[in-house]
Design a protein around this ligand. Structure first.
Ligand code: NDP
Length: 403
């Protein structure tokens, strides 16, 4: 029995709210607030049709802390689920502290004027959440989120230590557009144009964006080029798995995506510094995001599958020497669309947001303070992935990755 308040009404929110409604024994009252109320109403209408559940909607600017506090006090949720943008993480956490309610998100804080996503801003809230007897769960999407839970499951059931970790994120889907991003375009382009960083022997190694690549044969997708990138779970994994010697994150991009992105970058359209245009300040990347297809409109045409997983090498728990395991989920874009009206990238993020929320409101995961996914028992989360649309597979590989 719980009341939740979800903030943001994009693709990820749409999936999470549908999934909460399908689990109305856990989420008894669902409230949805975002900057544009009509988007909340559209999600509520779809939820009513698909699940027969009422969702109450509101308009809110989540960066206005007093307005957020008022809304939280009115709704009286046991949890605020932040599925807006990373820029809103800190104001929403401030509002949660003031109104006395727990918090969950899927992406770590990023200042608007610097493409730098790091956990330290949110970790700095630990003592205040702890003193208030509240819990904040950070990064409960797929990556970050499930990738950390996969890793901790391997560490609990297969490997005593993890020496080497590679996270592989493949979107084998085709949306039929010349260029579009599968989640918020501004956040996506900031992420992929940032320098790559990986963890090696106790320090960060930086390489230019989209320069290091490998070809990998993904189950049910086929061979794809995967590029080395920085991704936020590398920070929490390297903190919570101290023996980790190397941790890398790879994401696949097609040649068309790279071609368009290169041109856009070369002409300055991906910049985040404001420029003067006809007397007004505009941020080129925000203007670009406004003209690109909205991710939530891609669902209808996207075909193919995503395959996201983790390959870990380390000392086997059973004492049989060094072993390598690959654990992954494969998600079909068309099946995801059929179920919630959203493509698989939103689906693979929204389902773990619902599961993380369920862990919190049922008390299966609990604590006072700010926590990452690595800090809890992976088993109940892994069970819910199997039950709620993101089944996973694990297999032993012949040896460590050779790229
Ligand atoms: P969208 O851009 O589709 O949706 C974001 C929503 O937040 C929009 O409805 C937007 O409002 C709303 N919003 C923006 N600013 C405010 C504000 N100030 N106050 C209230 N609402 C606001 O993004 P996605 O659904 O694709 O992504 C949502 C989040 O999930 C992002 O933080 C993204 O980084 C994260 N993500 C995490 C992944 C993971 O695996 N961990 C993977 C993919 C995404 P409006 O409709 O008016 O624009």
């Amino acid at each position: 029995m719980s009341t939740v308040l979800v903030i943001g009404a994009g693709g990820v929110s749409s999936v999470a709210v549908h999934k909460m409604a399908f689990n109305s024994d856990i989420f008894t009252n669902i409230h949805l607030a975002s900057r544009t109320k009509s988007k909340c109403d559209a999600i509520a209408a779809s939820v009513k049709e698909r699940a027969g559940v009422d969702v109450t909607t509101y308009e809110i600017d989540a960066e206005e802390v007093p307005a957020m506090v008022n809304l939280i006090r009115k709704v009286e949720p046991s949890l605020v689920v932040n599925l807006a943008l990373p820029y809103q993480d800190l104001p929403i956490m401030d509002a949660c502290l003031e109104a006395g309610v727990s918090y969950l998100d899927t992406a770590n804080y990023e200042p608007k004027d610097e493409a730098k996503f790091e956990y330290h801003w949110q970790w700095a809230y630990h003592d205040r959440f702890k003193e208030a007897g509240l819990m904040a769960l950070l990064g409960s999407g797929f990556d970050p989120g499930v990738t950390s839970v996969f890793t901790m499951w391997l560490k609990k059931h297969k490997l005593k230590t993890i020496r080497q970790l590679d996270i592989l994120d493949c979107n084998g889907g085709d949306h039929g557009q010349a260029f579009a991003t599968n989640f918020n375009p501004e956040i996506n382009i900031r992420e992929v144009t940032a320098p790559a960083r990986h963890w090696e022997n106790g320090e960060w190694v930086e390489t230019p964006a989209m320069q290091v690549r490998t070809e990998f044969d993904f189950d049910e997708v086929g061979k794809r080029n995967a590029y080395l990138m920085y991704h936020e779970e590398l920070e929490s994994l390297s903190k919570f798995i101290p023996e980790l010697q190397r941790a890398r994150f790879w994401m696949t991009f097609g040649d068309e995506y790279i071609k368009h992105l290169t041109v856009l970058q070369n002409v300055g359209m991906t910049g985040i510094e404001p420029i003067k245009y006809q007397g007004r300040d505009i941020v080129p990347l925000q203007f670009l995001a406004a003209v690109l297809p909205k991710p939530e409109t891609l669902g209808e045409t996207t075909k193919g599958k995503t395959n996201i997983g983790v390959i870990a090498t380390g000392e086997a728990l059973d004492g049989s020497g060094e072993k390598t395991f690959y654990i992954n989920n494969i998600c079909d874009h068309e099946a995801a669309y059929e179920e919630t009206g959203n493509q698989a990238v939103s689906y693979t993020t929204g389902v773990p947001a619902m599961i993380g929320s369920a862990m919190l409101v049922t008390g299966k995961w609990n604590g006072d303070g700010v926590f990452n996914m690595e800090q809890f028992d992976p088993d109940p989360f892994m069970d819910m992935l199997n039950e709620h649309g993101l089944p996973w597979n694990v297999r032993e590989m012949d040896g460590p990755v050779d790229f």
